[in-house]
Structures are given as structure tokens and as C-alpha cells.
Design a protein around this ligand. Sequence first.
Ligand code: HEC
Ligand code: HEC
Ligand code: HEC
Ligand code: HEC
Ligand code: HEC
Ligand code: HEC
Ligand code: HEC
Length: 491
Amino acid sequence: MNAALCLALAFSSDGTATCRPCHAAIVDAYLKTGMGRSVERRAVPDGTFYHRLSNRHYRLRGATLRRHQVDGEGKEVNIVEKSIDLIIGSGNHAETLVHRTPQGRLLEMPISRYRTYYAMSPGYDRPDHPDFRREINENCLFCHSASIDPAPIDCGRCHGDASAHRNKPGRGNILNPARLSTQRQLEICLQCHLETASRGIPDSLRKPGRAVFSYRPGEPLGNYKAYFDRAGDPAPRFEVNHAGYRLLNSECFRKSEATMTCVTCHDPHTARARNACAGCHASAHARQTGDCAGCHMPKRRTEDAIHVTMTDHWIQRQPSYSEPRFEDHRPYTGDIVPFFWAGGSEMLKLANALLSADRQRTSEAFRALPPTPQNLASLGEALAREGKRAQAKRVLSQVLKADRTSPVALNAMAVMHATEGQLDQALRLLHLSRQANPDHPLTWVNLGVTWEAKGDPGRASEAYREAIRHQPDFAEARHRLSALLARTAPR
Ligand code: HEC
Ligand code: HEC
Ligand code: HEC
Ligand code: HEC
Ligand code: HEC
Ligand code: HEC
Ligand code: HEC
């Protein structure tokens, strides 16, 4: 089966189509929502964008994104061009362009479309952004896709397994959230809509032993994930995915004795909000117009993606705030505290260890996390940095058994071999990494270092240049290249 066909099949996720014969009105309404179009293969218009902070030019044409810089002589350099294979985001607010590598990895692209124009993707508006290197990981997909194969969020994410119901259509053999406690109902939405902070801290951690798509609607959310927040007053922060977080902080929610859910105001199938305030505030401003939300839930610009505005779900008497003009990239240095379902001191210890720069604590933390290839690769890397080579090698071999092309594992292994003088071993691993991930800058730098050690400055400088082409701000690559050129220049 060829790649294009695989992609097409992944998209015909039977999530909504199988329900249509009997629930046509619900399906048709749902497909118009953002959730019903959360991941798609759709065309985006041509355009250009220049990013001053990182001095990069981007050009979209057809289904490709091209990036270049201009050198002192006005020549285009550091050109990279990649196909756009997927879009994450319905476009109600934003569309993130995604590239699928020949090996099937999904990479977030540096620019996104904000309804009518292109600008940097959220988190990329800085001089040292990750350009084409940020992997769309399983966590993104958990919130944006019906399954690990990218497909729009479907009925099953809120109604669970429908096989019994399809065999014998009727009531009672499929989860109807209306029959759950309000707490369990709320958690169905919060599985994706609760994010305390989009960056700076591990805002949530899956419980050990839980696979990413293992949450089932109706299950206590705390069994699946532990949540954390920054210590201190949450009021000043407002982010893209903050509906759940801000609502849980509201007096309306906290004082309404577990009667308020998202569905109090939102129809789950059209996603539209109705004015439900009067149900609880019969006498408030009786003579006001109907637009309670206009004053008490204003739309505001978000801090983590300054090109979008969202509805603030922290319902306040007199909301006041300042508009963020820039994305804030300062690292968070305060404490982290449990939020709602923290799940014991072990999980908090883990979250704190991940935040710390302490090598030993970090590797202990990764050891306690679910053993996904990603977590194991990070564990192996941390052990290698700690100097625990034998352990590191054991873990990294395990990663490579599951994911032969993991650039993290291949590079960490190669560096260990190289520092032990086994240069040919190191080169073999780096070639594997290069074949599978030809645009991974660290692989090129490690290749350069190894070629230098083998006494081949020609190949080494080519490798450094390739690293710089992919990552023009890679200081280590530039530094090594200029040192090499200085050493080998004819006197
Ligand atoms: C062959 C027809 C048919 C198909 C296909 C079908 N349903 Fe139903 N569904 C029904 C009938 C009939 C009812 C009962 C309606 C009633 O009593 O008002 C129902 C009820 C439901 C209920 C409410 C259950 C309850 O206990 O309250 C849900 C939720 C539901 N369907 C979801 C789905 C989903 C999701 C799909 C697709 C995966 C689906 N249905 C496919 C016929 C179907
Ligand atoms: C599987 C994850 C997931 C679940 C479960 C989920 N949402 Fe969403 N929701 C999203 C994502 C992702 C978006 C943004 C989609 C986009 O526009 O690309 C979204 C968008 C929305 C929107 C914006 C309007 C629109 O057209 O989509 C509303 C309102 C919403 N969700 C409400 C809810 C409610 C209420 C529930 C629970 C009944 C819920 N969501 C459950 C992931 C989820
Ligand atoms: C914890 C769940 C979660 C994770 C993880 C997550 N998102 Fe989202 N994202 C959401 C929800 C929910 C929304 C809708 C927020 C709203 O409308 O209030 C959203 C909104 C978006 C939007 C705007 C969609 C629109 O037009 O409204 C884009 C684009 C997006 N996310 C991309 C990403 C990418 C790329 C990643 C991974 C790097 C990611 N998200 C990770 C839950 C998540
Ligand atoms: C974002 C979460 C979410 C998604 C996605 C979703 N539903 Fe629902 N559905 C709900 C909730 C919540 C209820 C209960 C609503 C209530 O409290 O009245 C519900 C109720 C229902 C009912 C029972 C309605 C009734 O009047 O008895 C049916 C049928 C149904 N959904 C079908 C579907 C089908 C078909 C899909 C896919 C197209 C779907 N749902 C997608 C959340 C969702
Ligand atoms: C499920 C019931 C419920 C709903 C729905 C609800 N509220 Fe409330 N709200 C409450 C409760 C309970 C309080 C706390 C009242 C008190 O302290 O006397 C509250 C408090 C408030 C406050 C005061 C907040 C503060 O910090 O002092 C405002 C303003 C408010 N609500 C506005 C709204 C608006 C506007 C809506 C609709 C968008 C709404 N509420 C929907 C239950 C609700
Ligand atoms: C008290 C009423 C109320 C409750 C409860 C509520 N919402 Fe909303 N929500 C709104 C209003 C009002 C809007 C703005 C609708 C519009 O502009 O058309 C909105 C918009 C949204 C949007 C669209 C994106 C944005 O930020 O503008 C998302 C996503 C959303 N809500 C998710 C949720 C989730 C998830 C929950 C439960 C955790 C929830 N809402 C609970 C009233 C509510
Ligand atoms: C024009 C802006 C505006 C609109 C529209 C508005 N409010 Fe208010 N509301 C306010 C302000 C301002 C306060 C704060 C009054 C104070 O602190 O003394 C307030 C206070 C409140 C409170 C706090 C308790 C109280 O009664 O003082 C509630 C509850 C409330 N509003 C609910 C609502 C509801 C429900 C609606 C829609 C029917 C609504 N508001 C529409 C501006 C508005």
C-alpha cells in the first residue's frame, strides 16, 4: 500500500460516518464545529512571511513551505523546503501546518495561518525558535485527533465504544454523558480542555502504566492524569486552551455545588454557547440586555499565541486585564503545586524533578514515567549525561528496538561510542540517524565532530554546514565550523 493511500484510509475514520444513518442531524451539526474539523488535509492559500527576530523568509506555494535567509551579498542561503501534509486546527482561530517526514514523523511548521494571514506558530515568535524541528507528539494528537492516526475528533471521544450499540441500536448500550454525575460529565470535556499552563512547567503527567489514548469517557480523569499549576495567583495568565482552567477558578463554578458543567452553557454537538446565566442568576441585572458574557466573559488576546483571541471563562464581576504585546518566553522559576487531580506526592515529586536541572532527579523522574519510546529516550539521554553508561546503553537499546530511527537514542548512543574511541561504531549509528532524519541538525554536528576525530576536515565542514542550513541559529555548529576553518586555513 502506498503512503498516500494509508493517509486517506486513516482519514475515513468511521467515527461519525457509521452514526449518520440514524443520527444524521447530530452528525451534520457536529461536522461543522471546530472539533469535527480538528485535523484535516486541506489546502491553504499561498503567501509569504518575513520573521525579523530570526531573520528568516518563508514562502508558501502550492502545498510546500520554503524558508531562506539572505547573506551579505544578497544571495539566498540556508534554504529548506518541505511539503505541507496536514493541518491541525479548524481555522476558527488558527491552522498549524504539519509536515510528515518520509519516515512518518509529524513535524510542526514554523508558521501558522491566523484566519487571514500567516505569522509565526504559537511559541515561535523568538529569535531561537525550533523552525521545522518540533515534533507533533502524541499529546498534541490526544487533544486534536480521534486517534493516534490523525483524524478529526469523533463521537467516540465523548461516547466511548459504540460496537454494542451498533449491533443493537437503542438506549442503554452506549455511554450517554447526561446520565453521568456532573463531575464525570465535566471530565469528558476536561480530558482535552484542561491545561493549566501551556509551557514552563509539566502541567500534567499521565499516570504510570497509562497509554496516551487509554482514557475512556466516564472514567475519573484523576485515574489517568495528574495536574499541576504554577504556585501563586493564576489571574494574570490567559492562554489558548484555558476554558477549563479559568472556569474551574470561577466563583460560579466553585460555589454552585457541583452543578455546573460545560454543557450547562454549550450544546456538545454544535459547540455553540447559549445564555445560561439566568438559570442561576435570575435576579442579576434583570433589566440588562441579554449579553451577560459580553461584560463578564470578554474575549481577550492570549499570551501563548498573541495572534488569537479567546473567551475568558473566568467569570468575574469586573474583569480587567492588559493586552499581551509579545509572547513571554521567560522561564518559570517558581514552585509547582497540585491542581484538582494531583494524585499523591509521588506525582508532584516527579513533576518537580522534571522542572529541576538536576541530572539524577531528572533521570529518576523519567524512569517513573510511562515507558513510551519518547520517555525512554529521554531517560537514556539523562543517564548518559549522568555518566551511567551501562544503564544508558541498556535503555537506549530498548528504545531502538521499538523505534529504530529515534534521533535522540541514536545520537546519545553515538556520542557514548565516540567518547570511548569507537569512532566507526559512532559513525554507523549517525549514518542511520541521518538516513532516517536528514534534517536533524544535532545528527549533522555529531557527524562533523566524528569526521574531525577521524581526520577528515572536508567532510566535517560539510556536515557542520548542513547543520547550519537546517538550523541557522545553531551556535555549536557555527562555533565548530569557524574553529575548523581557522585551524585548516592555509597560512
Ligand atoms: C442503526 C441505527 C443507529 C446507529 C447506526 C447508531 N445509533 Fe445511536 N441510537 C439509535 C437509536 C434507535 C437510539 C435510541 C433513540 C431513542 O430512543 O430516542 C440511539 C441512541 C443513542 C444514544 C443515546 C443512548 C442512551 O442510552 O441514552 C447515543 C449516545 C447514541 N445513540 C450514539 C450513537 C453513536 C455515537 C453512533 C455511531 C458510532 C450511533 N449512535 C449509531 C440508533 C442508532
Ligand atoms: C478529544 C479532545 C476534546 C474533547 C473530548 C472535547 N473537546 Fe472541545 N475542542 C477540542 C479541540 C482540539 C478544539 C479546537 C478545535 C479546532 O477548532 O480546531 C475544541 C473546540 C471546542 C469548542 C469551540 C467551538 C467549536 O466549534 O469547536 C467548544 C465550545 C468545545 N470544544 C466544547 C467542548 C465541550 C463542551 C466538550 C465536552 C462535552 C468538549 N469540547 C470535548 C478538543 C476536545
Ligand atoms: C491538553 C490538550 C491540548 C494539547 C496537548 C494541545 N492542544 Fe491545541 N488546542 C486544544 C484545545 C482544547 C483548543 C481549543 C481552545 C479553545 O478554542 O478555547 C486548541 C487550539 C489549538 C489551535 C487553534 C484551533 C482553532 O482554530 O481554534 C491549534 C492550531 C492548536 N491547538 C495546535 C496544537 C498543536 C500543534 C499542539 C501540539 C504541539 C497542541 N495544539 C497541543 C487542546 C490541546
Ligand atoms: C464533545 C463531546 C461529544 C461529542 C464529540 C459527541 N457527543 Fe453526543 N453527547 C454528548 C453529551 C455531553 C451528551 C449529553 C447531552 C445532554 O446532557 O443533554 C450527548 C448526547 C448524545 C445523544 C443523545 C441525545 C438525546 O437527546 O438523547 C446522541 C444520540 C448523541 N450524543 C450522538 C452523538 C453522535 C452521533 C456523535 C458524533 C457525530 C456525538 N454524539 C458526538 C457529547 C458529545
Ligand atoms: C450553575 C449556576 C451558575 C451559572 C450557570 C452561572 N453562575 Fe455566576 N455564580 C454562581 C454562583 C453560585 C456564584 C457565587 C454567588 C455568590 O457568591 O453569592 C456566582 C457568581 C457570579 C459572579 C460574581 C463573581 C465574583 O467573583 O464575585 C458573577 C459576576 C457571575 N456569577 C456572573 C455569571 C454570568 C455572567 C453567567 C453566565 C455567563 C453566570 N454567572 C453563570 C452560579 C452560576
Ligand atoms: C457560563 C457559561 C459557559 C460555561 C459553563 C462554559 N462556557 Fe465555553 N463559552 C461560553 C461563551 C459565552 C463563549 C463564547 C461563545 C461565542 O462567542 O459564540 C464560550 C466559548 C467557548 C469556546 C470557544 C473558544 C473561545 O474561547 O472563544 C470554547 C473552546 C469553550 N467555550 C469551551 C468550554 C469548555 C471546555 C467548558 C467547560 C470546561 C466551557 N466552555 C464552559 C460560555 C460558557
Ligand atoms: C454592561 C456590562 C454588564 C452586562 C451586560 C452584565 N453585567 Fe453583570 N455586572 C456588571 C458589573 C460592572 C458588575 C459589578 C457590580 C459591582 O461590583 O458592584 C456586575 C455584577 C454582576 C454580578 C455580581 C452580583 C451582583 O448582582 O452584583 C452578577 C451575578 C452578574 N453581574 C450577572 C450578570 C448577568 C446574569 C448578566 C446578563 C443578564 C449580566 N450580569 C450582564 C456588568 C455587566
